[in-house]
Every structure is written in C-alpha cells, then in structure tokens.
Design a protein around this ligand. Structure first.
Ligand code: 5AD
Length: 477
C-alpha cells in the first residue's frame, strides 16, 4: 500500500507534538546539529538500551542508536556505565508489560543509589500505556512511542529540568528512511522495509501502538543493502509488521525481494512476518525462482477454526490457509514453514481448539510460536468479545499443542539425518568453543566442529543427529 510520496531529505520540524505533560524546550537546548561540538560535549550522555519483544524492536533499537550517536551521545554495552537507561518495550501480551514493570522497579533502586540516572520507556508499551506509566512508575523520566524516536536527543535535554517528557504522537509519514541505524557486527542484518499495520486483527495491539502502514521506497532499500554488503553482512532479513503487504507505490513485495537479492554480494534474503492474505503469486514466484531468497517461510496461522479466524478478522478461512500451504509446497517442496498460534481466544470452544490441533497435525510445521490469548486494552476483541476461556483451560490447550509441535519438529529434524545441508556460519556454538553454529537455508540451527572455516562462510554440513531444535553434523568438502 502506498502511503506517501517519499522525501529522502526530511525537513521535519525538530519539535515534537507535545502531550499535556511535556514541556517546550528552547531552541538553544536542542541537540539536532551534530556539528555543534561544544553543545555535544556538554550534554553527551552514555545511553544503555535494553530491548524487549520482537525483531522489529531490535531493529528500532539500532535506529535509536543511530539517532543518539548522530546527536553526539554514546551507547554503552554495560548498564553500569550508563547515565541514561532506555527500555525499548513490547505490548503484545500482558506478560511482556509485566516484565518491564518489574524491571523498572529494579532500575528505580539503581536510580535511588546513583542519583542522576535518567530512565526512559520507549516503544510499544510506552505507546500503549502512555502517561499511565508515570502513575505506576513516577520515577520514569521519558515515555516515547515508536514514531517519536527522532526526538530522543531533545528529550534527553528536556528531562534535565526534572519534568517527564512524553513523545507519543503516531505519525503516518515517519519511516526513518533518512536515518542510518547502527548495527552490531555480524553476518545477519535486519532491515525495516515497512512500519505500522493496517490489518486490524481483533486480538492485536500493534495497529494501535505502531500506527498505519507505510513502506520505504525500493531504491532507498537497495542502496541500504549495498552498504550492508560493504559492511560485511551476508544475510539480509526484511522486517515489517505485515512485511509482504509492502508496496512503495511502484513496487510490490515480490519485486522488492528480487531487487534485494540481485544486489552484488547478498548471499541470503529472508523476511518476517508475512500475512497469509498478502502471500501473492509475485511473492511466491520470487521465493521459488530467486536463489538468494531462502527456503523458509514464517506464516502465522493463529487458529485452525474458521469461526475463530473470523472473530479474529484474519481475512482467510482454515481451508484457504491449507490451500495456500499446499500451493507453496507444490512450488517449493524443500521449504520449511513455521507459524504462530493463539489458543483460548474469545469464545474458542473445545471443537475450535481441536481443529487447530488437527490442522497443525496435518500441516506439520517445522516450528511454531504458541501463545495463550492475552486480552489487550484498546483492541477490538477487548471491546467486542468476551475473554471467556478460563486461564487453566488456556494453559491446558497451550500445553497440548506445544507437545504436539515438539514431536513434529523432532521428527522433521530427525528426517534430515544423513542429508548434507549448506550452513552459513554465525559464530561459536554456545556449548562448545570448538564448534560453530549457523543456520541452514531453511533457518534450522546447525552445530558442527569448526575445522578450517570462519564466520561468514557457507559450508556443507552432513547431519548425523538431531533434536527438535538443532541439527548436529560435520563439514563435508
Ligand atoms: N494474545 C496472544 N498472542 C498474541 N499475538 C498477538 N497478539 C496476541 C494476543 N493478544 C501473537 C500472534 C502474533 C504474534 C506475534 O503474537 O500469534 O502472530
């Protein structure tokens, strides 16, 4: 979906839209001119960013690092070196927010001990709870949603005066396309191609905390990828809330996949998370015919009951999902498909749940992320549907599908024993420094003795054993 004509050199006003509790900062306190070295020195801060939730948040933390660094601040990897701690948070389920509240209490003790510590809550939970965060944690200095990161340098100056800073305006034109994120070194780079979501699934808080969908123009993205290859990245993972609904006005997601894969030096391209309703022939064609696009697809199912899918407003039936998977597997037989499933959604009956269980048994996903439904304030389900499956029943259903999926994942991995798979080496194995770990093209973690290879190489590994989560083998030449 096309959202706006793009302007690479953004001329945004440095002033945010202020909410009731925030304050206006005189221009001379703004830290938006990186050339102003004296101001930089005076205000330079050591910022520690702690990231919660999905890969999109990891990518946003890299963006925040870029913004802060450009304004003369430093990010630090040891929390004890920090005078600013920013939590980049998630709101998808209640326990994600509970975790952050607990963390904040811990940080409050640190702040009391150390005095001048600035604590900020950024990201989806900030946008979701807004100034309620300050009721629960009055020692928080800064609350900032995902579309306000451009104002971070200014906010750090503003909080010096003691009042909290709120940056909570969602902005459909904000895509941060002109800002260079600062990434950790490695072989895999995450590249945000689209922000926001227009899907309005009834269970989901994302559209309310990340706003409407917007896509970054293809030319900017391919230029980004050229730079990433120069920096040494081998694998590019395209990110978006519904990544395959990407459209920049001229190019759809399939065209983008081709363009990214054609950049010289790109070894592998992946993407997450797509929506089944946007799994077009253009996308499937690129996956089938473009060698750099990996044989891996994360395709969130959510439920195997068409009635539940309708209440979720997923816009497809169980049958359509099943047909989509068959079509993709017909074209790309070696593909690994993973999924997301929610159990205990509003009014989910034993029969609905059984349909989910049976569809998972039938499709045999390579892996799955499985969740109990968590009622989120502000969602359509929260307003319209009863959260009426008892907690105990939710837990029981979740357990059943986890056990099923473990068994299936184990069996699928066992079936790889004796095969030889190409693995992109990522680093030392966590358990044994004489071994490397890496991913197959199908995104399976593989562990093997190092031999004469190095991180970033793609090696052929012959699998001799497997668990539900790992393939184990030896390099063959
Ligand atoms: N409760 C439980 N799980 C949820 N998800 C999204 N919203 C909720 C919720 N309210 C799950 C979906 C989605 C994944 C990222 O999180 O399965 O695909």
């Amino acid at each position: 979906m096309y959202v706006k004509p793009h302007n690479t050199m953004k001329t945004k006003s440095p002033l945010p839209i202020y909410s009731s509790q925030s304050q206006l900062i005189p221009d001379d306190k703004l830290l938006t001119q990186p050339s102003d070295i004296n101001i930089k020195k005076q205000f330079q801060r050591n910022v520690y960013i702690e990231t919660y939730g999905c890969q999109m948040n990891v990518s946003d933390s890299e963006l925040m690092t870029g913004i802060l660094t450009q304004a003369g601040h430093r990010t630090v990897s040891d929390i004890d070196d920090a005078d600013v701690i920013l939590l980049n948070t998630c709101a998808i389920r209640e326990n994600a927010e509970t975790k952050v509240i607990n963390r904040l209490e811990h940080l409050n003790h640190k702040k009391r001990r150390e005095g001048n510590l600035i604590i900020g809550v950024c990201g989806c939970m900030a946008q979701h709870l807004r100034d309620k965060i300050l009721d629960a944690a009055p020692y928080v200095d800064l609350v900032m949603g995902p579309d306000a990161y451009r104002n971070l340098p200014m906010a750090l100056n503003a909080v010096v005066s003691g009042d909290p800073f709120l940056g909570l305006q969602l902005d459909k034109s904000e895509d941060y396309a002109d800002i260079a994120p600062i990434r950790k070194e490695g072989i895999r780079a995450w590249l945000t191609i689209q922000r926001g979501c227009d899907k309005m699934c009834t269970f989901c808080i994302v559209p309310f905390v990340r706003g409407r969908e917007r896509s970054i123009p293809l030319k900017i993205l391919t230029d980004d990828v050229k730079r990433l290859v120069e920096e040494g990245f081998k694998e590019i993972v395209l990110l978006g809330q519904t990544v395959n609904s990407y459209h920049d006005g001229n190019h759809d997601f399939g065209e983008l996949l081709w363009s990214i894969a054609e950049v010289d030096g790109v070894e592998r391209v992946r993407f997450t998370s797509p929506h089944p309703a946007d799994a077009t022939d253009s996308m499937i064609d690129a996956m089938e015919n473009c060698p750099e696009v990996c044989n891996q697809l994360h395709l969130p199912l959510q439920s195997g009951s068409t009635q539940v899918l309708q209440r979720m407003r997923r816009t497809y039936t169980a049958e359509q999902y099943r047909e989509l998977v068959s079509k993709i597997r017909d074209k790309i037989p070696q593909i690994a498909i993973s999924t997301d499933v929610i159990v205990g959604f509003c009014e989910e009956t034993e029969k609905d749940f059984k349909q989910t269980y049976e569809l998972m048994e039938e499709i045999r996903f390579d892996s799955a992320f499985m969740f109990k439904y968590s009622d989120r304030d502000g969602t359509l389900a929260n307003k319209m549907l009863p959260d009426d499956v008892p907690e105990k029943e939710k837990a029981k259903r979740l357990n059943e599908i986890i056990n099923l999926q473990e068994k299936i994942s184990g069996e699928i991995n066992q079936s790889k024993i004796g095969t030889t798979v190409p693995v992109l080496i990522e680093g030392d194995s966590r358990r044994n420094a004489d071994q490397y770990h890496g991913k197959t093209d199908t995104f399976k973690t593989t562990v093997f003795p190092k031999e004469e290879t190095q991180v970033g190489d793609i090696v052929n590994v012959k699998i001799h054993s497997a668990t539900a989560h790992t393939l184990i083998g030896d390099i063959v030449r």
